[in-house]
Design a protein around this ligand. Sequence first.
Ligand code: DAH
Length: 351
Amino acid sequence: MAENLMAQEQMAQLTGQIEKAAGAALERIAKLASLPELNQVKVEMLGKKGILTQMGRAMGELPGEVRPLVGKMVNKARQEIMKALEEKEQALEMQALEERWQKEAIDVTLPARRRPAGSIHPLHLVLADIKKVFIGLGFEVVEGPEVELDYYNFEALNVPKHHPARDMQDTFYITDELLLRTQTSPVQIRTMEARRPPVRIIAPGKVYRSDADATHSPMFHQVEGLYVDKKVTLGDLKGILTLFARSMFGEKRGVRFRPSYFPFTEPSAEMDISCFICEGSGCRLCKNEGWIEILGAGMVHPRVFEMVGYDPEAVSGFAFGMGIERVAMLRYGIDDIRLLFDSDIRFLRQF
Ligand code: DAH
């Protein structure tokens, strides 16, 4: 009887403890607000010193007759706690997911950010037009080296060492025999050395001269032209270059050829076009001349043919050369050559 009473008292005490402990655990779980927090509490409760383990352990110490009853309670409390943990975990996971969705949400109705598009450099625009005209006339585009032998840049073009014509161009020398080409004319020599006539080429590329101001740049671009065959005449030169000028600058352009001097042509000429701003009456662009100089040209000098092993009695030809910057500046009304090389996109965007 006394034993029974004690057991009953012990039971009531135990039940109270279990209920209290379970209640506290459930309350704690209910308050959890984040997954890391939950994980920590889970480890705590399921661990060696955790409430669930301790409840199990306490059961072992109970007298046999109360064990089943208390056991039931403990199991129930344990299940409730496990279930609460699981539900909380799911809820917090869902909450975390929703937060992420919200943070990473993309508004597909926003206008797209445009990538800035590049444009073609005015020098390339001009070169493309020049190429188009000459390719249409059967000319082939070839290239040559920018670091050039003195021989190709001068000697083979009928400019021996110490010839006064060397002063026409301020040369960057690398050694006595090596230089930065001052003109694209050496490509004429290289091409003729490598081929037999007929030769019909244009050779665009960079050239270098020690010269710098608003209309001169130490590096600039030229296009060379060469046409060699049997019976090529001054009439061919005039016809082809006139056709070129009108394709480039308009069908109405007047054209004139002035006698000039180049060591590698005889006779030599410079070609002018009538001013496309004032149509010849005189303006700032043509410096009141009514005419604008556009290129140098001439009939290939017999000595040049001899240098490349062509027979000047059997073939003839004409050559020409022009500055691409100059054409671009005229065409687009650019008054400072440096704008073409500054890479200022405010300038370049206009083309
Ligand atoms: N090479 C010359 C210069 O840079 C331009 C030139 C003139 C080229 C007459 C030619 C030509 O082929 O025939 O000033």
